[in-house]
Design a protein around this ligand. Structure first.
Ligand SMILES: C[S@@+](CC[C@H](N)C(=O)[O-])C[C@H]1O[C@@H](n2cnc3c(N)ncnc32)[C@H](O)[C@@H]1O
Length: 338
């Protein structure tokens, strides 16, 4: 990684709040804006990531970051270059003052799971574990995802257009692509130039490695404000009300707890922020009764929901203006934070 081409890149700067601010930062990634820089002698310095040599020679860039601690949700303190691109994140250290815990990109992504840095592998439900496999991660965009059209998925181009239509009011804001897999849509969102920043987030280490490999082959994406983060959808590492748009393509049926996940998404969305998701339905209104009964049995142990259940879940998590489109087992839906 040390010899990665990422290291030669320039990175844009973010805006951040004062360390003393009571307000949580809204995720914004404009090309250039001022950042809070604290002299190395500042009293807040002691609990932060340090670099003794540079402490003496130069003023350190220490900032309240847009990422939050997955344990207490306080904004993390960042030391290093600002910006969301891979190089800037890789060269930064992140620290939670309250939990006294550090987070960094030891691999190709920033690990913001609760177990980051631990030799501890918690058993996850089957559809979470399936996508952690190197085999599935490698073949995901090389044939696996194409099979979704058998269930009525219209294909990435059309799904991307539908999502972009729903996200009209989030233009210029920050989009989090939750359960991004190998980054099929994160790359499209980043390339569209619609957003100030895109966070590609997944729980699978191998999906994120694939995502990195795809980004690494594309100079435009390497320079884009596109960050890679490992996190659990039930513990999203962002402050409440800080995100403009959340996308979750073909994901809800893979989540360990759809209700906790949608609640988390609702928590991080700012007022007016948009959530767009797609998934396989347990059955739709056009599914024949005989097939429906069979799917009731098969899908019971997984998180395949009905149209009504998805709408109910969004509403019960405080989201409004629910709307959806259905084609066979495919549903794409959107809901808004009031
Ligand atoms: C079917 S893939 C969808 C990938 C991509 N969004 C797409 O539209 O093709 C589902 C993804 O959900 C992720 N996932 C499963 N459990 C998760 C969890 N607890 N937190 C975050 N992501 C999770 C998997 O790792 C996998 O990449």
């Amino acid at each position: 990684m040390a010899s990665s081409p990422l290291h030669g890149l320039q990175f844009p700067k973010c805006h951040f709040l004062s360390l003393k601010s009571q307000f949580h930062p809204r995720l914004r990634f404009p090309s250039y804006s001022s950042k809070l820089t604290i002299p190395a002698t500042n009293t807040t310095r002691s609990s932060l990531v340090t670099d003794t040599d540079s402490d003496r020679k130069e003023v350190q860039a220490i900032e309240v970051d847009s990422f939050a601690c997955p344990i207490c949700y306080e904004p993390l303190i960042r030391k290093g270059p600002s910006g969301l691109n891979l190089s800037a994140i890789y060269r930064s250290g992140f620290n939670c003052k309250r939990c006294r815990k550090s987070y960094s990109s030891k691999d190709k992504y920033l690990d913001l799971t609760v177990t980051s840095g631990l030799e501890y592998n918690e058993h996850q439900p089957i559809l979470t574990e399936l996508f952690r496999s190197p085999f599935v991660s490698f073949f995901y965009e090389r044939g696996w995802r194409q099979n979704f059209n058998l269930g009525g998925f219209p294909g990435p181009e059309e799904e991307f257009k539908m999502a972009q239509d729903y996200f009209q009011s989030a233009k210029g804001g920050c989009l989090v692509d939750v359960s991004c897999g190998s980054g099929l849509f994160s790359r499209k969102f980043a390339k569209s130039g619609t957003y100030s920043g895109v966070v590609a987030l997944d729980f699978s280490e191998n999906m994120l490695r694939q995502c990195y490999d795809f980004i690494n082959k594309d100079d435009t994406l390497l320079k884009a404000n596109l960050g890679l983060v490992r996190a659990d959808v039930c513990r999203l590492p962002f402050s409440s009300g800080s995100v403009d748009a959340v996308h979750a393509g073909a994901a809800l049926h893979c989540w360990p707890s759809p209700s906790n996940s949608v609640a988390e998404i609702s928590r991080i969305l700012r007022s007016g922020g948009i959530f767009v998701g797609s998934t396989f339905l347990r059955y739709s209104s056009t599914t024949p009764m005989i097939v429906r009964s069979f799917r009731e049995i098969v899908a019971r142990t997984n998180s395949f929901l009905t149209e009504e259940e998805i709408e109910g879940l969004c509403m019960s998590c405080g989201l409004i203006n629910y709307t959806s489109k259905v084609h066979q087992s495919f549903i794409i839906f959107s809901a808004q934070k009031p």
